[in-house]
Design a protein. Sequence first.
Length: 442
Amino acid sequence: MNSYRKIRSKNTAYYGTALLIILFIVCGLLSAVTSEQFEDQMESGTYEEVLDALENVGENPDIRVLIMTDGYRQEVHPSVEVCSQSGLEVEAGEEHRDISPGESMQLSPDDDLFEKGHIRIQAKDGGEITLLSVNRACGNPSYAGILELRTTAEGIAVINELPIENYLCRVVPSEMPASYEMEALKAQAVCARSYAYRQISDYAYPEYKAHVNDSTDYQVYGNSLSQDSTDQAVEETKGQVICYRGKIVTAYYYSTSCGKTTDLEAWGTKKSEQNQYLQSVEVKDKDGDYEKDLPWYRWKAEIPADMLSNLIELNTGKDIGKLQKVEVTKTGAGGVALQICATGDKGSVKVDTENKIRRALGGDGYEIMKGDGTVVASQTLLPSAFITIQKNGDTYVIQGGGYGHGIGMSQNGANEMAKKGKNYIEILTLFFQGVSVDTWKF
């Protein structure tokens, strides 16, 4: 995910007993559970049953990752080309093929090999498979484990199946710069592992038997090459997860805080005994906010009224006419906006929850000035929902702080804490209240 979590909404069915859940996990038939739905399960009791079932997956369990197309735009690929410097072993049903080292193999959706079944590709001698038909920030990505190809009406689905610890070696450098402090990288590794363990309790893509995809919908995977520092962080925290009341938590994280974090009410989720580890905390010490000198700690946008009126109409789908007023009508923990109301000469519209607020006020056409004076173009989402809104003549001035949703761990906050001598346990227990960092016992 780079750092800004997006939640994939899918309608799913839940299964009522621990016996059924364990059975379906073993068989690989569970339907999707999004991060919002996990919170629902906490209250229903199904959540505990799902986590209890994790005890049956074994040490360093496999995770199945759906590999998206270039730019993470599509789930299926028009064609696939692979190679490996060590050679490839290709299986489909009873058919087996060997591909020589360095030789590429191209597959189209109508390839005869798919008639034998799903195609499973593995590099020889523990090597990695390079996906030549996909481009990432690091170039053509390479994958440990197995690539499974499934033909669909739209193209080819590519699923990478590999042990979680190997997966994390390509998640951590994709989610946090490898140049960050080691203790921050270790905190990131534990967060990412906890998140992954939660995801393998169910399939987000039951049609492909995939737990996650490789984009910001979940955790960004394979966008950066493995690095010595991030590999070390994964290895030195091997098997460690964040637990609250004996259960693995969903460890949300994001880029930069405004000096405070918020809780799940920002996403419209009610507080409960099970989610109390996600509270609003102050990200500071005796010297003040850890991130006070970072560019995104504070920012400002000045938006002409006509432009903001058009953006609100475009983003909410409601024509309220000429904009007369925009105000924050409800705030939550840490000062995050939970509701805004925009009023025009044709009516008004209310927008709830931080992500929808950021989307309603986002879009192309204006500039944002960061705290260090640098100016960047506006994007689809406002940097955060920790905002105030004022009208100055024909211009609306939005002042804000932080970058991202503000729930869980601030990655830049973690790095600043590490610079001041805090270890990864101290970092994690600040951002996640009442938790312990434990090696998960299977």
